[in-house]
Design a protein around this ligand. Structure first.
Ligand code: NAX
Ligand code: ADP
Ligand code: K
Length: 518
């Protein structure tokens, strides 16, 4: 399981560890890991950083300190390192600044007017990880020197803000960041891309777009959730020895081994009923395809049989003769261990929904079954309920704008879960699954791909998750394992080219096999 922790938890863990370590040791660990990652990215043989040109965009806090100490390490190995002080008041971590200069690095100011210049005295603050002090450039330079250095750089570290950052990049930082992005240098975000919100993944304003993010001690939720995730590039982790065990993670992402352990496998004594029967209420005369796709997903989710209820029976049978089809109400269709309802339904949806919600088995509500859903109808149920909205549907259920859901996915999925007392799988660029109390941890799906954004692929997902529910998985597990397999299936079906939802369904078995093999 990959876990991510809030800033508060990370700071508490850091504080505890710092009490047991010599002063500054934690920052040195971060800097050593950062320097090693940068040396690796520079593509040189170990120990051969010599000649590389590195620029540090340095803010006022400890995030800048990490970069300055890492820069000092690279400078000692022969890199040409230039630190650009981005903070409007030219503040930077004193110890880090002194270490960089002692190692032969140079410090230039950002393109601001400098009203006050303090000399940096030899040894000033060396080794101290104390608060930022007002310092200004030593070693000379102007705003244009910063741009020249950026233009010539092989690697740029973004150390403007880390977990202490609030809001987007300040205006003075934006042109420097844009120059770094345009330079062709590898852009390495230190801990987080500056400008993103560590806890939520929100991006409020201008923000760094990194090639790689080297993060310290623990993953932060924002690194795993869009829109911030997309700005982080590839993630590298530096272990600081933080103790987070015992604190619930804010976010967790299943890995292959976790999914393998959760996949339902038939036992020797199994028969089709013991494996579970999933009932699918989907499709209509107008949208028979939704029935076919939801059933296709359900056939690959571990249930022993699929029961279909609705007007798409002919289309379903033409494609899948193994499905048990009935045309009446769900309550008359025979026993199932879970219901999936919603994709492509017509105006019969309300009656059918009342029917399945009245049952005592897990119910998954998707698409049309989400419209006008009353929280009380869901909250009163004795068995688990799973909602699988995309951002537009989630926005309607919450009574907010779609953009609000897309920019604040973690908040939105939690609020929806609390409102309905249901497990909520929020689809889209980052799929999240929140437990019914909206608490910790929320699961984030690591396998998603933009190729899944194709009509009907959500129908496949709903069938797949419903089938996992029928096979006996707990609601959060069914939703997150379903999303995981769906993402893998999307990737392997697409292999870099557009695909249809039917192809995604067809690739689920291969994804399952791949995970099962570990
Ligand atoms: N606390 C620790 O023990 C460790 C912290 N580390 C580093 O320290 C970082 C956190 O350091 P800080 O708490 O000093 O915080 P940051 O360095 O993230 O940022 C705080 C500074 O940035 C300014 N600031 C806030 N928002 C800004 C914005 N939008 N634009 C420009 N400036 C802004 C603040 O006024 C403050 O001066 C971590 O992300 C990590 O990189 C690492 O060295 C590991 C150890
Ligand atoms: N940008 C994206 N990146 C990854 N997955 C996406 C993206 N956009 C959509 N998806 C996935 O594609 C599927 C689309 O489902 P949905 O919105 O219900 O469409 P439909 O109703 O056409 O089936 C969901 O699994 C969703 O998570
Ligand atoms: K940063």
């Amino acid at each position: 399981m990959r876990t991510a922790y809030s800033v508060e938890t990370v700071r508490n863990a850091e504080r505890e560890l710092m009490e047991r370590l010599p002063e500054g040791a934690l920052m040195q660990r971060a800097a050593a890991g950062l320097a090693a990652a940068c040396a690796d990215l520079l593509g040189r043989a170990p120990g051969r950083v010599y000649g590389a040109r590195v620029v540090l965009l340095v803010g006022a806090g400890d995030n800048g300190g990490d970069a300055l100490y890492a820069g000092a390490r690279l400078a000692r190995r022969g890199a040409g390192v230039t630190a650009v002080l981005v903070d409007a008041r030219q503040r930077a971590h004193p110890g880090g600044l002194a270490a960089l200069m002692a190692a032969g690095g140079r410090v230039v100011t950002g393109p601001h007017e400098v009203h006050e210049v303090h000399e940096v005295h030899e040894g000033h603050g060396t080794g101290a990880d104390g608060p930022a002090a007002p310092l200004a450039h030593a070693g000379g330079g102007t705003g244009s020197a910063a741009y020249v250095a950026l233009h010539r750089a092989h690697l740029v570290m973004d150390a403007i803000t880390g977990i202490g950052g609030r809001g987007g990049l300040r205006p003075e930082a934006v042109p420097l960041v844009r120059a770094a992005e345009a330079s062709g240098a590898v852009l390495v975000a230190v801990d987080l891309p500056s400008g993103v919100d560590a806890d939520s993944g929100r991006v409020d304003g201008a923000c760094v777009r990194a090639d790689v993010t080297v993060t310290f001690g623990a993953y932060k939720p924002g690194l795993l959730i869009d829109p911030a995730k997309e700005r982080a590039g590839a993630l590298r982790f530096v272990d600081l020895g933080l103790e987070t065990a015992g604190t619930p993670a804010d976010l967790e992402a299943l890995q292959h081994a976790d999914v393998a352990a959760l996949l339902p496998v038939p036992a020797a004594e199994s028969d089709k009923y013991r494996r579970g029967v999933v009932g699918v209420v989907a499709g209509s005369a107008r949208y028979p395809g939704a029935a076919v796709l939801a059933v296709a997903g359900a056939l690959h989710g571990g249930a022993g049989a699929v029961r279909y209820v609705g007007q798409g029976g002919d289309a379903v049978l033409a494609r899948f003769p193994e499905v048990l089809v009935s045309g009446g109400a769900p309550a008359d269709a025979g026993r199932v261990q879970s219901w999936v309802i919603g994709p492509g339904l017509d105006d019969r949806v309300k009656d059918a929904r009342a029917d399945v919600l009245a049952s005592d088995v897990p119910v998954l509500l998707d698409a049309d079954a989400l419209a006008g859903l009353d929280p009380q109808e869901v909250r009163g149920r004795s068995a688990p309920t799973v909602l699988t909205p995309h951002a537009g549907e989630a926005a309607r259920l919450l009574g907010v704008e779609r953009a609000e859901v897309e920019s604040g996915r973690l908040d939105s999925v939690r609020k929806l879960a609390v409102k309905y007392g249901a497990t909520v799988l929020l689809k889209g660029s980052t799929t999240l699954v929140a437990p019914p109390d909206g608490g910790r941890p929320v699961r984030v799906n690591p396998t998603g791909t933009g190729w899944l954004a194709t009509a009907g692929s959500g129908d496949v997902l709903s069938g797949l998750v419903g089938s996992l529910l029928a096979a006996g998985l707990a609601a959060v597990d069914a939703a997150s394992v379903g999303a995981y397999l769906h993402g893998l299936a999307g990737r392997s079906a697409a292999r870099g080219a557009p695909v249809g939802a039917g192809d995604v369904a067809g690739a689920v078995a291969g994804a399952w096999r791949g995970v099962g093999r570990g």
